[in-house]
Design a protein around this ligand. Structure first.
Ligand code: SAM
Length: 329
């Protein structure tokens, strides 16, 4: 009898623990099909299904979940409207919509984590498709900018840095924000993915002091020294055994007062270990993505390259993301 009771309690517990998934799933579907915009004014399920050419029965089920978790509200017998919820993602037409994080989680992270039993059994790994996922990943990374920028701005100001290179610059968010604050600075972004580099060029097109180069950092050399080289959310693309060599190359590009700054989740981080460990479970599921460094790895590389670890501080405590500054002196 007790055993039956415990069994039930455990099952209930897992169901409850999984409840937050409902919110993410519902918001993801709404974002992907732009349904929250469709229901911006009172509409019936039938109207939206027919105007968007969607399966009416499944749309009705999605609406029912939305009503139960209050993403949607109802008037009369069948009129539905999006609730004015601050947490809901805006339309996918908005390049800054937070829905992009749902897309990455649902289309990339969760399927990969679910494939763990199969991967473990088969001794195989997935291959990360940079072409396919590059634009989404570059966009989700940029969500961190807001938190990391104050530290970067402070470093640039304090050290009067004028020539700045961003390695794996994504869509150029860091560069454009830095140029707004430091219009005299000369900025360059190096980005391997052509589509992402094109977006960076479009985003920075009115800023003459930013140059975006489509290149692999391993094959690029700058035409002059840099005061700051940023390596933001890039290390998981670089094999652990190649990181020292890469940083050693970057060091050679630095001016005397120059620094390399790194933003990355830290493996076995003191803060936010749950998140950084699952992030690393994700990276390790791919043959061409790699676990992020530990704090000791960074100190070891810095020591071997005679770089000083000036800063090692969390930027997103709950995510295990750190801001690191390695300087020439
Ligand atoms: C996760 S995104 C981060 C973008 C941006 N740095 C940020 O933090 O928001 C990493 C970017 O590095 C680029 N990248 C990866 N390997 C690279 C390489 N070897 N050379 C240049 N860029 C690279 C990817 O295409 C991707 O856009």
């Amino acid at each position: 009898m007790i055993n039956e009771y415990v069994r039930l309690l455990k099952a209930r517990n897992w169901m409850k623990k999984n409840q937050p998934f409902l919110y993410s799933w519902h918001a993801y579907v709404g974002f992907e099909l732009d349904l929250f915009s469709q229901f911006r004014s009172w509409k019936t399920v039938k109207e939206v299904a027919s105007s968007r050419n969607l399966q009416e029965e499944l749309l009705l089920r999605w609406v029912e979940v939305g009503l139960s978790i209050r993403h949607l509200k109802k008037k009369g017998k069948d009129k539905i409207k999006t609730a004015s919820k601050f947490s809901l993602p805006s339309t996918p037409k908005n390049p800054r919509s937070t829905g992009i994080i749902l897309k990455e989680m649902m289309e990339l992270h969760i399927p990969t984590l679910l494939s763990y039993p199969e991967l473990l059994r088969s001794n195989k790994k997935n291959t990360f498709d940079h072409e396919e996922h590059g634009p989404t990943v570059a966009r989700t990374s940029s969500l961190l900018e807001q938190l990391a920028l104050p530290r970067l701005m402070k470093t640039i100001k304090k050290n009067k840095m004028e020539r700045i290179i961003d390695i794996g610059c994504g869509e150029g968010g860091y560069l454009s924000r830095i140029s707004q604050k430091f219009p005299q600075a000369k900025l360059a972004g190096i980005e391997i993915n052509e589509e992402v580099a094109d977006s960076a060029r479009t985003n920075c097109k009115d800023i003459p002091n930013i140059k975006i180069v489509t290149a692999d950092v391993h094959e690029y050399s700058p035409d002059q020294q840099a005061d700051l080289i940023m390596v933001n959310n890039l290390l998981h693309y670089i094999q652990p055994e190649d990181r020292k060599q890469l940083l050693s190359r970057l060091k050679r590009w630095l001016s005397r007062k120059g620094s390399i700054t790194i933003i990355t989740p830290i493996l076995h981080s003191k803060k936010g270990e749950e998140f950084s460990s699952v992030f690393n479970s994700f990276f390790s599921a791919f043959e061409n993505l790699y676990p992020t460094p530990t704090e000791e790895d960074i100190h070891q590389i810095a020591k071997e390259l005679k770089l000083k670890v000036k800063t090692f501080k969390p930027v997103i405590t709950e995510g295990g993301w750190y801001f690191i500054q390695l300087s020439n002196r």
